[in-house]
Design a protein around this ligand. Sequence first.
Ligand code: FMN
Length: 200
Amino acid sequence: MTVSDVPAGAQAPSLETLLTRSSNNMLTEPVPSDRDLETIFQAATRAPDHGRLRPWRFVVIKGEARQEFVKVLQAATKARKPEATESDLKLLANKFLMQPMIIAVGAKVTEGKIPEIEQVLSAGAAAMNILNAIHALGFAGKWVTGDNCYDPNVNAALGFTRPDRLIGFIYVGTEKMKLPAMERPNPTDFVTEWKGPAAG
Ligand SMILES: Cc1cc2nc3c(=O)[nH]c(=O)nc-3n(C[C@H](O)[C@H](O)[C@H](O)COP(=O)(O)O)c2cc1C
């Protein structure tokens, strides 16, 4: 990437961004501006994509629309779990309404040569780029799923009907507070060097 590829106003990507990102769901306003969102989705659509299928889809939910979104979640939860109490539904509503912005990320799956998993993985890579981009811009976020993410009614309300897949909700905003730093694993615990089948 050359410097001229970096959109005006955006910081050049840095390794520090990747090494300092952490999730936070204690978020408030301000949320990324439309201009910031453009940059964020530019980063998202840099995700690797087998076959140029462009499977990623991003649905921004903010402002008043969050109330409508919560109604969809509550109706889906009630249909799935008739035993859910009013208090359960209120808790669910609060969980989402406390987030100033939500980006639902999904994959528009094209049936054919490229396996579905690769298209879903590409959407996952886009989601990761969103998390890194919001961090680079000084915002924070968290990727969550839960039963509603896999509920066909919720999927349909956001424009994902099979074979398409909703892969998560990314909460986005400004940190209300820093969460305690999470202990990070030692990367070498996850890495081996393969030296051939005979090496055992
Ligand atoms: C596909 C996916 C789904 C996730 N769903 C949830 C979730 O529903 N609730 C939750 O608390 N964390 C969920 N997480 C984990 C958080 O996004 C986050 O990674 C975790 O809290 C660790 O924080 P870190 O990103 O700072 O390492 C999910 C992560 C992934 C990749």
